[in-house]
Design a protein around this ligand. Structure first.
Ligand SMILES: [Cu+2]
Length: 455
Protein backbone atom coordinates (compact mmCIF):
# COMPACT_ATOMS: atom_id res chain seq x y z
CA UNK A 1 0.00 0.00 0.00
CA UNK A 2 2.80 2.38 0.95
CA UNK A 3 4.73 1.75 -2.25
CA UNK A 4 1.61 2.32 -4.33
CA UNK A 5 0.96 5.69 -2.67
CA UNK A 6 4.48 6.88 -3.38
CA UNK A 7 4.22 5.82 -7.01
CA UNK A 8 0.93 7.71 -7.36
CA UNK A 9 2.47 10.91 -6.02
CA UNK A 10 5.44 10.63 -8.39
CA UNK A 11 3.20 10.03 -11.40
CA UNK A 12 1.02 13.11 -10.72
CA UNK A 13 1.87 16.24 -12.76
CA UNK A 14 4.01 18.89 -11.04
CA UNK A 15 1.72 20.75 -8.65
CA UNK A 16 0.88 24.33 -9.57
CA UNK A 17 2.52 26.71 -7.15
CA UNK A 18 2.83 30.37 -6.28
CA UNK A 19 6.45 31.42 -6.27
CA UNK A 20 8.26 34.66 -5.51
CA UNK A 21 11.62 35.22 -7.17
CA UNK A 22 13.96 38.21 -7.20
CA UNK A 23 15.92 38.99 -10.36
CA UNK A 24 18.74 41.43 -11.07
CA UNK A 25 19.65 43.11 -14.34
CA UNK A 26 22.92 44.98 -14.76
CA UNK A 27 24.80 46.38 -12.98
CA UNK A 28 24.23 49.83 -14.46
CA UNK A 29 27.22 52.19 -14.17
CA UNK A 30 26.26 55.87 -13.88
CA UNK A 31 28.82 58.70 -14.12
CA UNK A 32 28.71 61.68 -11.69
CA UNK A 33 25.37 63.52 -12.12
CA UNK A 34 24.71 61.50 -15.27
CA UNK A 35 21.19 60.88 -16.56
CA UNK A 36 21.34 57.41 -18.06
CA UNK A 37 18.56 56.03 -20.25
CA UNK A 38 17.86 52.86 -22.19
CA UNK A 39 15.28 52.43 -24.96
CA UNK A 40 15.17 48.66 -24.44
CA UNK A 41 17.46 46.49 -22.35
CA UNK A 42 16.58 43.15 -23.90
CA UNK A 43 16.51 39.60 -22.65
CA UNK A 44 16.57 40.42 -18.94
CA UNK A 45 16.33 37.61 -16.34
CA UNK A 46 12.85 36.19 -15.74
CA UNK A 47 11.13 33.01 -14.49
CA UNK A 48 12.07 30.01 -16.66
CA UNK A 49 8.63 28.41 -16.54
CA UNK A 50 5.17 29.17 -17.91
CA UNK A 51 3.21 31.21 -15.39
CA UNK A 52 1.23 34.33 -14.63
CA UNK A 53 2.42 37.36 -12.63
CA UNK A 54 0.21 38.29 -9.70
CA UNK A 55 2.51 40.85 -8.02
CA UNK A 56 5.69 42.67 -8.97
CA UNK A 57 7.87 45.34 -7.38
CA UNK A 58 10.95 47.09 -8.75
CA UNK A 59 13.92 48.97 -7.23
CA UNK A 60 17.65 49.58 -7.48
CA UNK A 61 19.96 47.47 -5.34
CA UNK A 62 23.54 48.06 -4.24
CA UNK A 63 26.13 45.98 -6.12
CA UNK A 64 27.95 44.92 -2.94
CA UNK A 65 25.39 44.85 -0.12
CA UNK A 66 22.25 44.00 -2.12
CA UNK A 67 20.38 46.68 -0.16
CA UNK A 68 18.06 49.22 -1.76
CA UNK A 69 19.95 52.23 -3.14
CA UNK A 70 18.71 55.49 -1.54
CA UNK A 71 17.51 58.37 -3.76
CA UNK A 72 20.32 60.67 -2.63
CA UNK A 73 22.62 58.27 -4.51
CA UNK A 74 20.64 57.11 -7.53
CA UNK A 75 17.06 57.78 -8.57
CA UNK A 76 15.22 55.36 -10.83
CA UNK A 77 12.98 57.94 -12.48
CA UNK A 78 10.95 55.46 -14.44
CA UNK A 79 11.04 51.92 -15.72
CA UNK A 80 8.75 50.01 -18.07
CA UNK A 81 8.74 46.22 -18.49
CA UNK A 82 7.65 44.71 -21.79
CA UNK A 83 7.34 41.22 -23.23
CA UNK A 84 8.29 40.66 -26.87
CA UNK A 85 7.20 37.00 -26.85
CA UNK A 86 9.57 34.34 -28.17
CA UNK A 87 10.78 36.72 -30.86
CA UNK A 88 10.30 40.40 -31.66
CA UNK A 89 6.79 41.05 -32.93
CA UNK A 90 5.06 38.06 -31.36
CA UNK A 91 3.55 39.94 -28.41
CA UNK A 92 2.30 43.39 -29.39
CA UNK A 93 1.19 46.21 -27.16
CA UNK A 94 -2.59 46.72 -26.91
CA UNK A 95 -2.60 50.52 -27.33
CA UNK A 96 0.55 51.13 -29.47
CA UNK A 97 1.46 49.77 -32.88
CA UNK A 98 4.88 51.46 -32.76
CA UNK A 99 7.06 53.28 -30.25
CA UNK A 100 9.13 56.39 -30.86
CA UNK A 101 12.51 55.94 -29.20
CA UNK A 102 14.44 58.41 -27.04
CA UNK A 103 15.97 60.07 -30.12
CA UNK A 104 12.43 61.34 -30.92
CA UNK A 105 12.55 59.87 -34.46
CA UNK A 106 13.35 56.13 -34.61
CA UNK A 107 10.27 53.92 -34.46
CA UNK A 108 10.03 50.25 -33.56
CA UNK A 109 7.08 47.82 -33.35
CA UNK A 110 5.69 48.01 -29.83
CA UNK A 111 6.27 44.99 -27.59
CA UNK A 112 3.60 44.24 -24.98
CA UNK A 113 4.06 46.49 -21.92
CA UNK A 114 2.98 44.70 -18.75
CA UNK A 115 4.29 46.67 -15.77
CA UNK A 116 5.94 49.99 -14.94
CA UNK A 117 7.03 52.16 -12.04
CA UNK A 118 8.23 55.69 -11.53
CA UNK A 119 9.96 57.25 -8.59
CA UNK A 120 6.78 56.56 -6.62
CA UNK A 121 7.65 52.84 -7.01
CA UNK A 122 4.20 51.72 -8.08
CA UNK A 123 3.69 48.06 -7.14
CA UNK A 124 1.78 45.82 -9.50
CA UNK A 125 -0.95 43.83 -7.69
CA UNK A 126 -3.76 41.85 -9.23
CA UNK A 127 -6.86 40.52 -7.43
CA UNK A 128 -6.94 36.86 -6.38
CA UNK A 129 -7.34 34.47 -9.31
CA UNK A 130 -5.84 36.74 -11.98
CA UNK A 131 -2.35 36.98 -13.46
CA UNK A 132 -0.40 38.37 -16.40
CA UNK A 133 0.55 35.25 -18.41
CA UNK A 134 4.05 34.62 -19.77
CA UNK A 135 5.85 31.67 -21.33
CA UNK A 136 9.11 30.07 -20.23
CA UNK A 137 10.83 31.16 -23.45
CA UNK A 138 9.38 34.70 -23.73
CA UNK A 139 11.90 37.52 -23.76
CA UNK A 140 11.40 40.51 -21.48
CA UNK A 141 12.84 43.96 -21.98
CA UNK A 142 12.96 47.15 -19.95
CA UNK A 143 12.99 50.88 -20.74
CA UNK A 144 14.46 52.99 -17.97
CA UNK A 145 16.05 56.22 -16.78
CA UNK A 146 18.43 56.53 -13.82
CA UNK A 147 19.96 59.73 -12.45
CA UNK A 148 23.12 59.91 -10.31
CA UNK A 149 22.78 62.56 -7.58
CA UNK A 150 26.42 62.47 -6.48
CA UNK A 151 29.83 63.56 -7.80
CA UNK A 152 31.12 59.96 -7.90
CA UNK A 153 30.60 57.04 -10.28
CA UNK A 154 27.92 54.71 -8.93
CA UNK A 155 26.73 51.22 -9.81
CA UNK A 156 23.51 49.39 -9.09
CA UNK A 157 21.34 46.53 -10.24
CA UNK A 158 17.77 46.94 -11.37
CA UNK A 159 16.12 44.48 -9.01
CA UNK A 160 12.59 43.18 -9.45
CA UNK A 161 10.62 40.76 -7.36
CA UNK A 162 8.04 38.75 -9.26
CA UNK A 163 5.28 36.68 -7.66
CA UNK A 164 3.80 34.27 -10.19
CA UNK A 165 1.37 31.41 -10.28
CA UNK A 166 2.01 28.34 -12.44
CA UNK A 167 -1.61 27.11 -12.17
CA UNK A 168 -2.81 27.01 -15.79
CA UNK A 169 -6.40 27.71 -14.67
CA UNK A 170 -5.54 31.27 -13.52
CA UNK A 171 -7.54 33.91 -15.42
CA UNK A 172 -5.24 35.86 -17.77
CA UNK A 173 -5.14 39.66 -17.54
CA UNK A 174 -3.37 42.00 -19.94
CA UNK A 175 -2.30 45.59 -19.59
CA UNK A 176 -3.97 48.44 -21.45
CA UNK A 177 -1.39 51.23 -21.33
CA UNK A 178 -3.41 54.46 -21.17
CA UNK A 179 -1.16 57.49 -21.72
CA UNK A 180 -2.06 61.06 -22.76
CA UNK A 181 1.18 61.18 -24.82
CA UNK A 182 1.30 57.53 -25.77
CA UNK A 183 3.73 55.39 -27.77
CA UNK A 184 6.93 57.15 -26.79
CA UNK A 185 9.96 55.98 -24.82
CA UNK A 186 9.81 59.39 -23.08
CA UNK A 187 6.08 60.23 -22.96
CA UNK A 188 6.32 63.77 -21.61
CA UNK A 189 4.30 66.94 -22.21
CA UNK A 190 4.23 70.45 -20.74
CA UNK A 191 1.68 72.38 -18.70
CA UNK A 192 2.33 76.04 -19.63
CA UNK A 193 0.87 77.63 -16.48
CA UNK A 194 -0.61 81.10 -16.28
CA UNK A 195 -4.08 79.91 -15.27
CA UNK A 196 -6.11 81.17 -12.31
CA UNK A 197 -5.21 79.80 -8.85
CA UNK A 198 -6.95 76.46 -8.43
CA UNK A 199 -7.62 75.96 -12.15
CA UNK A 200 -6.95 72.62 -13.82
CA UNK A 201 -5.07 71.79 -17.01
CA UNK A 202 -6.33 68.61 -18.67
CA UNK A 203 -5.07 66.38 -21.43
CA UNK A 204 -6.91 63.26 -22.55
CA UNK A 205 -6.50 60.10 -24.59
CA UNK A 206 -9.08 57.57 -25.70
CA UNK A 207 -8.85 53.92 -26.59
CA UNK A 208 -11.49 51.78 -28.22
CA UNK A 209 -11.46 48.38 -26.55
CA UNK A 210 -11.70 45.77 -29.33
CA UNK A 211 -13.14 43.00 -27.15
CA UNK A 212 -15.52 42.77 -24.20
CA UNK A 213 -14.04 42.38 -20.76
CA UNK A 214 -13.52 43.68 -17.25
CA UNK A 215 -11.00 46.03 -15.65
CA UNK A 216 -9.70 44.33 -12.51
CA UNK A 217 -6.83 46.62 -11.45
CA UNK A 218 -5.31 50.00 -12.25
CA UNK A 219 -2.70 52.47 -11.04
CA UNK A 220 -1.08 55.58 -12.40
CA UNK A 221 1.93 57.85 -12.81
CA UNK A 222 2.07 61.66 -12.68
CA UNK A 223 4.82 64.22 -12.04
CA UNK A 224 4.94 67.35 -9.90
CA UNK A 225 1.79 69.48 -10.13
CA UNK A 226 -0.43 66.49 -10.89
CA UNK A 227 -3.90 66.47 -9.31
CA UNK A 228 -5.22 63.08 -10.40
CA UNK A 229 -5.75 60.65 -13.26
CA UNK A 230 -9.31 59.69 -14.16
CA UNK A 231 -10.40 56.76 -16.31
CA UNK A 232 -13.96 57.18 -17.59
CA UNK A 233 -16.49 55.65 -19.95
CA UNK A 234 -17.85 58.36 -22.31
CA UNK A 235 -20.72 56.19 -23.62
CA UNK A 236 -22.08 55.84 -20.07
CA UNK A 237 -22.41 59.54 -19.25
CA UNK A 238 -18.63 59.68 -18.91
CA UNK A 239 -18.92 57.89 -15.59
CA UNK A 240 -15.69 57.51 -13.64
CA UNK A 241 -14.37 53.99 -13.43
CA UNK A 242 -11.03 54.52 -11.69
CA UNK A 243 -9.03 57.42 -10.31
CA UNK A 244 -5.39 57.32 -9.28
CA UNK A 245 -4.35 60.03 -6.83
CA UNK A 246 -0.84 61.19 -5.92
CA UNK A 247 0.55 61.46 -2.38
CA UNK A 248 3.28 64.09 -2.00
CA UNK A 249 6.31 63.79 0.26
CA UNK A 250 6.79 66.04 3.25
CA UNK A 251 9.19 69.00 3.01
CA UNK A 252 12.07 66.92 4.36
CA UNK A 253 11.59 64.08 1.86
CA UNK A 254 14.71 63.41 -0.30
CA UNK A 255 12.73 64.24 -3.49
CA UNK A 256 12.82 67.92 -2.41
CA UNK A 257 16.39 67.88 -1.17
CA UNK A 258 18.58 66.16 -3.78
CA UNK A 259 20.61 67.93 -6.48
CA UNK A 260 20.27 68.38 -9.35
CA UNK A 261 16.51 68.27 -9.77
CA UNK A 262 15.56 67.00 -13.24
CA UNK A 263 11.96 68.03 -13.06
CA UNK A 264 9.56 69.15 -10.38
CA UNK A 265 9.55 66.31 -7.82
CA UNK A 266 6.92 63.65 -8.38
CA UNK A 267 4.67 62.03 -5.79
CA UNK A 268 5.92 59.43 -3.31
CA UNK A 269 2.93 57.20 -4.09
CA UNK A 270 -0.03 56.82 -6.44
CA UNK A 271 -3.21 55.10 -5.28
CA UNK A 272 -4.17 51.79 -6.87
CA UNK A 273 -7.55 50.17 -7.44
CA UNK A 274 -8.59 46.50 -7.34
CA UNK A 275 -11.87 44.73 -8.14
CA UNK A 276 -12.23 40.99 -8.48
CA UNK A 277 -15.62 41.37 -10.20
CA UNK A 278 -14.21 44.05 -12.47
CA UNK A 279 -15.51 47.18 -14.22
CA UNK A 280 -17.52 46.02 -17.25
CA UNK A 281 -16.46 47.19 -20.73
CA UNK A 282 -18.51 46.10 -23.77
CA UNK A 283 -16.91 45.32 -27.13
CA UNK A 284 -16.05 48.49 -29.05
CA UNK A 285 -16.54 50.81 -26.08
CA UNK A 286 -14.24 53.78 -25.58
CA UNK A 287 -12.15 54.29 -22.46
CA UNK A 288 -11.00 57.84 -21.74
CA UNK A 289 -8.02 58.85 -19.59
CA UNK A 290 -7.92 62.43 -18.29
CA UNK A 291 -4.67 63.72 -16.81
CA UNK A 292 -5.35 66.67 -14.49
CA UNK A 293 -2.63 69.13 -13.46
CA UNK A 294 -2.54 72.43 -11.65
CA UNK A 295 -2.88 75.09 -14.39
CA UNK A 296 -1.60 78.08 -12.39
CA UNK A 297 2.13 77.29 -12.42
CA UNK A 298 4.23 75.88 -15.27
CA UNK A 299 4.96 72.15 -15.01
CA UNK A 300 7.38 70.83 -17.62
CA UNK A 301 8.15 67.28 -18.73
CA UNK A 302 5.10 65.85 -16.96
CA UNK A 303 3.39 62.52 -17.60
CA UNK A 304 -0.16 61.23 -17.40
CA UNK A 305 -0.20 57.42 -17.53
CA UNK A 306 -2.54 54.75 -16.17
CA UNK A 307 -1.77 51.05 -16.34
CA UNK A 308 -5.10 49.25 -16.63
CA UNK A 309 -5.32 45.47 -16.21
CA UNK A 310 -8.06 44.07 -18.40
CA UNK A 311 -9.56 40.57 -18.53
CA UNK A 312 -11.23 39.63 -21.83
CA UNK A 313 -14.72 38.30 -21.07
CA UNK A 314 -17.27 37.72 -23.84
CA UNK A 315 -20.10 37.48 -21.28
CA UNK A 316 -20.00 41.29 -20.84
CA UNK A 317 -22.64 42.26 -23.42
CA UNK A 318 -24.65 44.92 -21.57
CA UNK A 319 -23.38 48.41 -22.37
CA UNK A 320 -22.99 50.46 -19.18
CA UNK A 321 -23.70 47.53 -16.85
CA UNK A 322 -23.63 48.43 -13.12
CA UNK A 323 -20.23 49.10 -11.61
CA UNK A 324 -18.78 46.41 -9.31
CA UNK A 325 -19.51 46.53 -5.57
CA UNK A 326 -16.19 45.04 -4.45
CA UNK A 327 -13.82 47.89 -5.35
CA UNK A 328 -10.89 48.49 -3.02
CA UNK A 329 -8.17 51.09 -3.24
CA UNK A 330 -4.71 51.12 -1.72
CA UNK A 331 -2.38 54.01 -1.01
CA UNK A 332 0.66 54.84 1.09
CA UNK A 333 0.50 54.98 4.88
CA UNK A 334 3.69 57.11 5.01
CA UNK A 335 3.40 60.77 6.07
CA UNK A 336 2.43 62.81 3.01
CA UNK A 337 0.67 65.88 1.62
CA UNK A 338 -2.45 65.51 -0.54
CA UNK A 339 -2.23 68.66 -2.70
CA UNK A 340 0.72 69.24 -5.04
CA UNK A 341 3.26 71.45 -3.23
CA UNK A 342 4.46 74.64 -4.92
CA UNK A 343 8.07 74.01 -5.86
CA UNK A 344 10.54 76.03 -7.93
CA UNK A 345 13.04 73.89 -9.83
CA UNK A 346 16.47 75.52 -9.30
CA UNK A 347 19.29 75.73 -11.85
CA UNK A 348 22.32 73.68 -10.87
CA UNK A 349 26.02 74.11 -11.60
CA UNK A 350 29.23 72.56 -10.32
CA UNK A 351 31.47 74.12 -7.68
CA UNK A 352 35.30 74.03 -7.78
CA UNK A 353 35.25 70.52 -6.28
CA UNK A 354 32.83 69.25 -8.89
CA UNK A 355 29.83 69.17 -6.56
CA UNK A 356 26.32 70.21 -7.61
CA UNK A 357 25.26 73.61 -6.26
CA UNK A 358 22.25 75.82 -6.89
CA UNK A 359 23.04 78.77 -9.18
CA UNK A 360 20.94 81.82 -9.98
CA UNK A 361 22.05 81.87 -13.64
CA UNK A 362 24.92 80.64 -15.82
CA UNK A 363 28.25 82.51 -15.87
CA UNK A 364 28.95 85.12 -18.53
CA UNK A 365 27.67 88.39 -19.92
CA UNK A 366 24.14 88.81 -21.25
CA UNK A 367 23.77 89.09 -25.02
CA UNK A 368 21.03 91.45 -26.10
CA UNK A 369 18.86 90.50 -29.08
CA UNK A 370 15.66 91.80 -30.62
CA UNK A 371 12.72 89.89 -32.06
CA UNK A 372 14.69 86.75 -32.88
CA UNK A 373 17.70 84.85 -31.60
CA UNK A 374 19.45 81.61 -32.44
CA UNK A 375 21.12 79.49 -29.79
CA UNK A 376 23.53 76.76 -30.82
CA UNK A 377 23.28 73.61 -28.72
CA UNK A 378 26.52 71.64 -28.54
CA UNK A 379 27.93 68.85 -26.39
CA UNK A 380 27.35 70.05 -23.55
CA UNK A 381 26.61 73.77 -23.81
CA UNK A 382 24.19 76.46 -24.93
CA UNK A 383 26.05 79.04 -27.05
CA UNK A 384 24.12 81.96 -25.49
CA UNK A 385 23.91 81.06 -21.80
CA UNK A 386 22.56 84.52 -20.91
CA UNK A 387 20.26 86.17 -23.39
CA UNK A 388 17.86 89.11 -23.44
CA UNK A 389 15.16 89.31 -26.12
CA UNK A 390 12.19 91.50 -26.92
CA UNK A 391 8.71 90.41 -25.95
CA UNK A 392 7.32 88.06 -28.63
CA UNK A 393 10.78 87.06 -29.89
CA UNK A 394 11.28 83.77 -31.66
CA UNK A 395 14.16 81.87 -30.14
CA UNK A 396 15.56 78.96 -32.12
CA UNK A 397 17.76 76.28 -30.62
CA UNK A 398 19.96 74.57 -33.24
CA UNK A 399 21.04 71.18 -31.96
CA UNK A 400 24.39 70.78 -33.74
CA UNK A 401 25.47 68.09 -31.33
CA UNK A 402 26.51 64.47 -31.47
CA UNK A 403 24.62 63.57 -28.27
CA UNK A 404 20.93 64.03 -27.55
CA UNK A 405 19.98 67.17 -25.62
CA UNK A 406 16.84 69.17 -24.90
CA UNK A 407 15.86 72.60 -23.68
CA UNK A 408 13.47 72.61 -20.71
CA UNK A 409 12.03 75.35 -18.53
CA UNK A 410 13.11 75.05 -14.88
CA UNK A 411 11.25 78.18 -13.76
CA UNK A 412 9.69 81.21 -15.39
CA UNK A 413 6.42 82.71 -16.58
CA UNK A 414 5.41 79.87 -18.95
CA UNK A 415 6.48 76.24 -19.26
CA UNK A 416 7.83 74.64 -22.43
CA UNK A 417 10.38 72.03 -23.46
CA UNK A 418 11.78 70.38 -26.56
CA UNK A 419 12.02 66.68 -27.23
CA UNK A 420 15.52 65.12 -27.22
CA UNK A 421 17.33 66.39 -30.34
CA UNK A 422 20.72 66.17 -32.05
CA UNK A 423 22.43 66.20 -35.44
CA UNK A 424 21.12 69.44 -36.96
CA UNK A 425 17.51 69.31 -35.78
CA UNK A 426 16.07 72.46 -34.22
CA UNK A 427 13.34 73.68 -31.86
CA UNK A 428 11.70 77.12 -31.96
CA UNK A 429 9.67 78.85 -29.26
CA UNK A 430 7.99 82.24 -29.33
CA UNK A 431 8.31 83.93 -25.92
CA UNK A 432 5.28 86.16 -25.54
CA UNK A 433 5.18 86.61 -21.76
CA UNK A 434 7.83 88.91 -20.23
CA UNK A 435 9.98 87.73 -17.36
CA UNK A 436 12.99 85.61 -16.51
CA UNK A 437 13.13 82.15 -18.00
CA UNK A 438 15.55 79.70 -16.41
CA UNK A 439 16.27 76.79 -18.71
CA UNK A 440 18.35 73.64 -18.70
CA UNK A 441 18.93 70.39 -20.54
CA UNK A 442 17.12 67.68 -18.58
CA UNK A 443 19.70 65.15 -19.80
CA UNK A 444 22.70 67.27 -18.67
CA UNK A 445 21.29 69.31 -15.79
CA UNK A 446 24.57 70.38 -14.16
CA UNK A 447 26.44 71.40 -17.33
CA UNK A 448 23.78 72.91 -19.60
CA UNK A 449 21.86 75.88 -18.20
CA UNK A 450 20.55 79.06 -19.77
CA UNK A 451 18.79 82.24 -18.65
CA UNK A 452 16.61 84.30 -20.99
CA UNK A 453 15.15 87.64 -20.06
CA UNK A 454 12.07 88.56 -22.10
CA UNK A 455 11.77 92.35 -21.99
CU1 LIG B 1 22.14 67.90 -22.84
Amino acid sequence: VLVCAVALVLAAPAAAEIKTETFRSGPITVAPYEVKQSDFTLNIPKPRVDGAITRMSIDLSDVRTGRKVPINRLMLHHIVFSNIGRQFGERRDATCQNFTLLDSKSRVPGPERFNAAGEERFEMRLPQGYGYPFKADDQWGMTWMVMNHRAVVDRAYVEYTVTYDTDPSITPAKMLWMDVNNCKADPIYDVPGGGAPGSTHTRTMTYTVPEAGRIIAAGGHVHGGGKQLRLSQPECGDRTLVTSKPAWGTRSHPFYNVKPILHEPGPINMSGTLSQKGFPVAKGQVLKLTSEYDAELPHTRVMGIMGVYFVPDATVTERCAPLPDDVTTYATSAPHRTTPPRFTVPLTGLDARGRAVTISRPDGATRRAGSSATVRVGDNFFSQPNLSVARGARVRWDFRSRLLHNVTLASGPRGFSSVHLDGGRSYTKRLTVPGNYKLFCALHPVSMTQAIEVR
